[in-house]
Design a protein around this ligand. Sequence first.
Ligand SMILES: Nc1nc2c(ncn2[C@@H]2O[C@H](COP(=O)(O)OP(=O)(O)OP(=O)(O)O)[C@@H](O)[C@H]2O)c(=O)[nH]1
Ligand SMILES: [Mg+2]
Length: 702
Amino acid sequence: MEITKSENIRNISITGHGGSGKTTLAEGILFASGVINRFGKVEEGNTVSDYHKDEIEKQISINSSLMNTLWKGSDGSFKKINIIDTPGFMDFVGEVKSALRVSDTTLIMVDAFKGVEVGTEASFMITNEYENNVIFLVNKLDADNADFEKTVSVIQESFGSRVAVVQFPVNPGNNFDAVVDVIRMKLLRFKSDGKGEYTEEDIPQALQAKASEYHQKFVEVVAEEDEELLNKFFEEGANLTDEEIDFGLKKGMRERKLFPVFCTSAAKNIGTRDLLDFISNYTESPMDKPAEIGHSPNSDEPIEIPPKLDAEPVMFIFKTISEKNIGELSFFRVYSGKVKAGMDMINEANGKTERLSQLYSMNGKDRKEMSEVVCGDIGAVVKLKDSHTNNTLSSKNFPVVLPEINFPKPNITMAIHAKNKGDDDKIASALHSLHEEDPTFLVAFNPETSQTVISGQGEIHLATILNRMKSKYNFEVDVTNPKIPYRETIRSKVEDIEYKHKKQSGGRGQFGHVHIKIEPQERGKGFEFVNAIVGGVIPGRFVPAVEKGLIETLNSGVLIGCKVIDVKVTLFDGSYHNVDSDEISFKIAGSQAFKKGFKEANPVILEPIYDVEIVFPEEFMGSVSGDISSRRGRIQGMDVYGKLQKITCQMPLSEMNDYSTKLRSITQGRGYYDRKFSHYEDVPKDVESKIIADYEKEREQE
Ligand SMILES: Nc1nc2c(ncn2[C@@H]2O[C@H](COP(=O)(O)OP(=O)(O)OP(=O)(O)O)[C@@H](O)[C@H]2O)c(=O)[nH]1
Ligand SMILES: [Mg+2]
């Protein structure tokens, strides 16, 4: 295959709310451009993009997939269009972020009946973050209830007035087959063969007024992009030339001020060919983009990486998947120079050299070998040893690190336990590779609770990952809510607690005898041990053993098996036996005295309290605040941001397990939150008795 020039590359992502038709559109594009000769359907599980088993089963996209096609531009040259189809379900938003990190233009699909939804808003926010140009597609115009005008007006309300309609549908609904292109002022009539072919007709009399009105509005929006055009249009009342329209349109898109709107029926493959023309002729190539700003591996010193072919090679890995029979496949974009099969690159994250073995261009799971990947292009490479998502590979002569994908923080945490104890180590390694594939899935071992905890974007996300673990590695696990790291402490002083450990059973016995005083310390002061033994009533060599016994008990807890904090213990008296006393005996005595005294010293359980910030549309105020109080939360502040409401509050961790799911459900998916640990606080008495009872029940079962 001829190698495409960098200026002929277009990097496009397709995003939007779940089910808006992204995967169907990608399939239609591949079909219209001749990459495939059958138009697969999501329902039949035979699309190029949704090829994973779980995607076919659920009929939704879970992973983003990379595809590409060639399309002839009006300048006569073929453009290589890289297409990343992303999942719309919010649990997989990490995939959208990584796709947009390497795209230049995003097609945001909007359902012509449902209008702007959570996924639409989220997509738009991510295009802001990664400075993608945006094109809106109003899709499903073949559906009975399609409402183009209403959909456009909500797009305008949500994303600003510079939403420029470049097409309107002639006959939305069941018989949909034509749109009016208000730039060219032509009617495009699509054939029903699913190949997306169309013929151009003159605009019929009955539609001319509407077409002119849209054309006028379009030109007005375009003119606003430039002072000179604006003058010409408004002051002189003159129309703009084709060149001026091209100029204003490109400038507006590049500056992310102008968002063209197209009409499609992805299912009928209507609107794809003219969209591909537009992408080829109007959207930016990687060479039009400003230089990426990276930094040197050893400092924050910024380094410019201009998109230039004759420069040192720099590539960025935005996605990693592991496929049966292939192993790890790393997807990357070249930001400068070009990379060739057989080349050695340095991974600046760990200083290791990676040899690029085979390079591929991808269409879903189909790979085609490439001898080189040029600046701006996107490809895949197999069998990198020590490189993962978010790593930059560069040449020895030009060490540089590119900005990472800012993956979303987890919303939900669960504890997992191997069904078969012997699998523990193997499961740890499987979890690790699942994390490499999906950086929004996190794994950690919590030494305090001795649990392996996994975190992710939502219940469906974690369920999907565990499913993958089962089908790929064949491990079964149980999932529970993670244990809460409670703390135990005391509220009052006990002056004298005596404990004598004495055992006489043939041979040498055991003897350790202590008197201790225990008292509470100020929060945060920790544990303090005071040795107040005088006159050698306990020989000096046994004192550390007493302290050791205390520390062990502090760590393993007295009431519910959680750490004891902020206590002061004074060892002030005791006795010993010449033969029978040893370190073990004094350790036991210290530990037992402490347990006894702790229970008399008005013990309490403390729970972790988190600072939580919740952002959601104001109409959900009642249900969000009601839910906060039902979780023993305390609202501390409220702010308004446009149409959004922000609540700042404190909530006990133990009440937050299903919070992300609940918040999503009571805000129709529009609310999100962030949290961080604040402090420990007394558990209310009724909750305390329940925690103790649960702990005792668990102990009995063990
Ligand atoms: N009537 C009609 N149905 C469509 C159209 N486009 C897609 N669909 C249907 O809508 C459903 C979802 O389509 P997908 O292509 O999977 O949508 P998606 O946006 O990729 O969905 P996710 O990846 O799960 O977010 C499928 O049943 C499609 O057949 C369209 O233009 N018209
Ligand atoms: Mg999809």
